[in-house]
Design a protein around this ligand. Structure first.
Ligand code: SF4
Length: 689
C-alpha cells in the first residue's frame, strides 16, 4: 500500500516516474506538481483550497493523485463533482483508470448518476404485460431494447447505442420518482438504481455532477453516502448551479402531468390511475370518485393560477423571467392570484387526506406503494407552492420569480440571494476538506470575488481556506495576441451588428477560417450570421451557426474536421471547448459578456450587494463578466503548439474605466487597439502570411 506523503507526489509525476512511463503523451509540469502538493496539504491539514489552474496545468491528475492516496491511506471516501457530464465521463472512463494503472493504487471508484439514467423494472414489466398502449415509435424502441434489458448488468442507458430519435422514448422505462414504489416494489432487490446506490457505499472515489451533488443536499444527504472530502471541479459554475438547484419550484407542466396521471376525463371516458383502481377495487368506488372530483378541481385551479400569471405581464420576448417585487404584491392581479392559489391549496389538502385514506384501504396490496408515491409527490408539490407563495414571498433573503415559456407562465421559483450562506449551512460545515478548482476563479489575480460569493470569505479569514493561483505553463507572450477594434460603434447601438458582420469578413479573409465567434445574444447571432452566410459561401468557407446548422456537438466535430471553418455560437461555446491546433486560430468576442440584468440570478446578486451597501456593478456584474471573458478567450490556446489571436469587437474594453479588469484577468498580455482598417493587416502579420 502506498505511503501517503506529500513529498512523494512529485515522484509520481517526475520525468521517468510512474505516470510519465505509463501515460502516453504525459508532460512533466512543475505547475501540476505544485497543485497536487497543495491539494494533498489541504487534505492533511483539513483545510479548504480554492485553486485556479490555468490551461495546460493538468488539474485532473493533480487532484486525482492526492485523492487516491488519501482515500487508500485514510480509508476516507473522496467525492469529485463536475459540472458537465462530458468531464464526469472523461474522469470515469479515461483519467481514473489511466492513473490507477500508472500508480498501481488499488481502490474502488464509481460514477453516481441521477435515477433517470436507469431502467425501472416495474415500468419495463408493466409494458411487457401490455398495461400501456404504445405508438409505433415506442413499440420499435421497446423491440430494440429487449435483448439489452434482459442481459444488462447495470441498467444504465449509456450502454444503448440507438439513434437520438428512438432514445426519445427512454422515459417509458426510466426510473422516476413518481412511479417508484421504493420498499414496496416487487423488484426492489434487482432494481438497478438501488443497486447503484448500494454500490456507492463501497466506493472510495465517487464521481458525480454538481446537479446530483446539490440534489443530495436538498434531500438531507439521502442520495450519496457520507463523505467528508470533496473536490469541486469546474468550480466557477458552482454558485449558479447552487442557485438553480437549491431553489424551490412549482411548475405548471409537472403538476398538471401529475394530476392528469391520477385522474382526468376526456369526452367519453375517465382515465388515470384512480380509474384503474376503480376497475380493480369496486368496493372503493365512492372514495375514488370523490378523489377524482378533487383532482379535477385542483387541475382547474392550477389552470387558473397559471392563466392569471400569464396575463399579468407582457414582454416582447417569449421566454423570460419576471422577478416578483413588492410593488406586484399591491396589484389587483396578485390579489386574484393569491385567492385562487389558496383555494388550490385547500383542495390539495382535502385530496391528500382522501389519498392517504385510500392508501390505508389498499394496505398489503400491490397498489399501496403506487398511491403512496402519488400522495408523497403531491404533498411535496403543495409544500413547494407554500414556500414560494407564502413563506418566502416577503423574505429578504429570498428571491421569487415567474418563468415564461412561449409567452405563457410555466413555473414559479424561489431561491436564495446568499447562496454561499446556504452552502455553509448545508455543505461546508460537514466537510473536513474541500478543493474547488477551475481555470477561471480569480479576477485580476484576486480570489476575493469568488470567496465572497461562495460564502468562504469568513473561513478564509479563519485561515481554514487557502488559495492558490497556478498559472498556465504556456508562453502566452509568444503564442497569443489580443486586438480591440476601437472604431466599432457602441455595442448596444443598431449599427453594431452590421459593423460586426463587416469586420468578421475582414477577419475571415485574413485568417482564412479556424475562427470561433462568441455572441452574448441570440438576436445578434442571427443578424450577423444572416449577413455573412452568402459571403462565406462565395469564399468557400464553411459557416457553422448554433441552432441553425445542427446540434452543438456535431457543429464542433465539423469545426475541428474542417480546419478552415467559422463557428458562431452563444453561451455553450464560451467554455468547455478544447480545440487544439490549426482548427482554432482566432477567437472573436462580439460583446463583453455581461449577464442580462433581468436574469433572476443577477437580480439576486444585486439584492445581496444592496444589503451589503456595495455597488452591484463593481461587486457582481463586472467580476462575473470578467470571469466569462476569461473563459471565452481561454478557448484559444490549448497546447504549447497553439498560437492565435483574440479579436474583441466591443470598444468598452479599451474605452471604459472597467476594461482593464477584463484585460488584467486573462493570461494574454500582448494587446493592441486598432481600427477596423488596420485589423486584417495585423492578423496577417501575426499569423505570418
Ligand atoms: S424500486 Fe423504483 S426504480 Fe426500482 S424497479 Fe422498483 S419502481 Fe422501479
Amino acid at each position: 500500500m502506498p505511503e501517503y506523503q506529500i513529498d512523494k507526489i512529485a515522484d509520481y509525476f517526475k520525468p521517468g516516474g510512474s505516470v510519465a512511463k505509463a501515460v502516453p503523451g504525459f508532460v512533466y509540469r512543475t505547475e501540476q506538481v505544485s497543485l497536487a502538493e497543495n491539494i494533498a496539504a489541504a487534505f492533511t491539514n483539513r483545510e479548504f483550497l480554492v485553486a485556479e489552474a490555468g490551461t495546460g496545468v493538468g488539474k485532473t491528475f493533480a487532484y486525482l493523485l492526492p485523492a487516491f492516496l488519501w482515500a487508500v491511506r485514510e480509508k476516507e471516501r473522496v467525492v469529485i463533482s463536475t459540472r458537465t457530464k462530458a468531464l464526469q465521463q472523461q474522469i470515469i472512463g479515461r483519467d481514473i483508470p489511466e492513473l490507477l494503472e500508472a500508480t498501481g493504487v488499488e481502490l474502488k471508484f464509481m460514477e453516481a448518476k441521477g435515477r433517470e439514467n436507469y431502467l425501472c423494472w416495474n415500468k419495463y414489466i408493466a409494458i411487457l404485460a401490455g398495461k400501456q398502449s404504445l405508438n409505433e415509435s415506442q413499440q420499435l424502441f421497446i423491440s430494440k431494447i429487449l435483448n439489452w434489458a434482459e442481459n444488462t448488468r447495470t441498467g444504465d442507458r449509456k450502454e444503448l447505442s440507438l439513434d437520438a430519435e428512438l432514445m426519445k422514448n427512454w422515459s417509458l422505462l426510466a426510473a422516476d420518482r413518481r412511479g417508484c414504489r421504493r420498499d414496496l416494489c416487487s423488484y426492489h432487490d434487482k432494481c438497478f438504481r438501488l443497486k447503484m446506490m448500494r454500490n456507492l457505499h463501497k466506493a472510495d472515489i465517487i464521481v458525480v455532477n454538481h446537479a446530483l451533488l446539490l440534489s443530495d443536499l436538498q434531500v438531507n444527504n439521502t442520495l450519496l453516502p457520507e463523505y467528508r472530502y470533496l473536490i469541486v471541479d469546474e468550480a466557477h459554475h458552482f454558485d449558479r448551479e447552487s442557485f438553480d438547484k437549491l431553489s424551490c419550484s412549482f411548475s405548471y407542466l409537472e403538476n398538471g402531468d401529475l394530476l392528469k396521471a391520477l385522474y382526468y376525463k376526456d369526452k367519453k371516458y375517465s382515465r388515470g390511475y384512480l380509474q384503474h383502481l376503480k376497475n380493480r377495487y369496486p368496493n372503493l368506488t365512492e372514495p375514488l370518485n370523490t378523489a377524482g372530483q378533487l383532482v379535477s378541481r385542483a387541475m382547474q385551479l392550477l389552470d387558473d393560477v397559471f392563466s392569471i400569471l400569464s396575463s399579468s405581464h407582457r414582454s416582447k420576448d417569449s421566454n423570460y423571467s419576471l422577478v416578483i417585487e413588492e410593488r406586484h404584491l399591491e396589484q389587483k392581479w396578485f390579489a386574484r392570484l393569491f385567492d385562487t392559489y389558496l383555494e388550490w391549496q385547500t383542495t390539495m389538502r382535502v385530496l391528500l387526506d382522501k389519498l392517504r385514506n385510500i392508501e390505508k384501504e389498499l394496505a398489503g396490496q400491490e397498489e399501496e406503494g403506487e398511491i403512496s408515491s402519488f400522495a408523497s409527490i403531491l404533498q411535496e408539490t403543495a409544500e413547494n407552492a407554500y414556500v414560494i407563495m407564502e413563506e418566502n414571498l416577503n423574505r429578504e433573503d429570498s428571491i421569487n420569480w415567474i418563468d415564461y415559456r412561449n409567452g405563457a407562465a410555466s413555473a414559479l421559483t424561489s431561491s436564495y440571494i446568499m447562496i454561499g450562506k446556504i452552502l455553509q449551512e448545508r455543505l461546508y460545515h460537514r466537510l473536513d476538506s474541500m478543493i474547488m478548482v477551475s481555470a477561471t476563479l480569480a479576477i485580476e489575480d484576486s480570489f476575493d470575488y469568488y470567496l465572497d460569493k461562495m460564502g468562504l470569505i469568513d473561513y478564509h479569514s479563519d485561515e481554514r481556506v487557502k488559495t492558490l493561483l497556478q498559472k498556465s505553463p504556456f508562453d502566452y507572450e509568444k503564442q497569443a495576441i489580443l486586438y480591440t477594434v476601437t472604431s466599432m460603434p457602441p455595442p448596444n447601438s443598431q449599427e453594431h451588428s452590421q459593423a460586426a458582420a463587416r469586420v468578421l469578413l475582414n477577419i475571415i479573409d485574413a485568417a482564412g477560417g479556424g475562427i470561433l465567434v462568441l455572441f452574448t445574444a441570440r438576436k445578434q447571432l442571427q443578424e450577423v450570421s444572416d449577413a455573412i452566410r452568402p459571403l462565406c459561401q462565395e469564399r468557400d468557407i464553411r459557416l457553422l451557426v448554433q441552432d441553425q446548422d445542427g446540434a452543438s456537438g456535431l457543429l464542433l466535430e465539423e469545426f475541428i474536421a474542417g480546419k478552415d471553418s467559422v463557428l458562431m455560437g452563444l453561451e455553450t461555446f464560451w467554455e468547455g471547448i478544447d480545440v487544439k491546433g490549426e482548427a482554432l486560430r482566432c477567437v472573436v468576442i462580439v460583446k463583453l459578456p455581461f449577464r442580462s440584468p433581468s436574469d433572476p440570478f443577477c437580480i439576486a446578486a444585486e439584492k445581496h450587494c444592496r444589503f451589503q451597501r456595495r455597488n452591484s456593478f463593481q461587486h457582481f456584474m463586472l467580476p462575473d463578466g470578467a470571469m466569462r471573458f476569461k473563459q471565452g478567450t481561454g478557448r484559444l490556446i490549448r497546447s504549447e503548439a497553439d498560437s492565435g489571436v483574440v479579436v474583441v469587437l466591443d470598444h468598452r474594453l479599451e474605452k471604459s474605466s472597467y476594461g482593464r479588469t477584463f484585460k488584467n484577468s486573462i493570461p494574454i498580455n500582448r494587446t493592441l487597439s486598432l481600427s477596423e482598417e488596420e485589423l486584417a493587416g495585423e492578423i496577417r502579420k501575426f499569423m505570418g502570411s
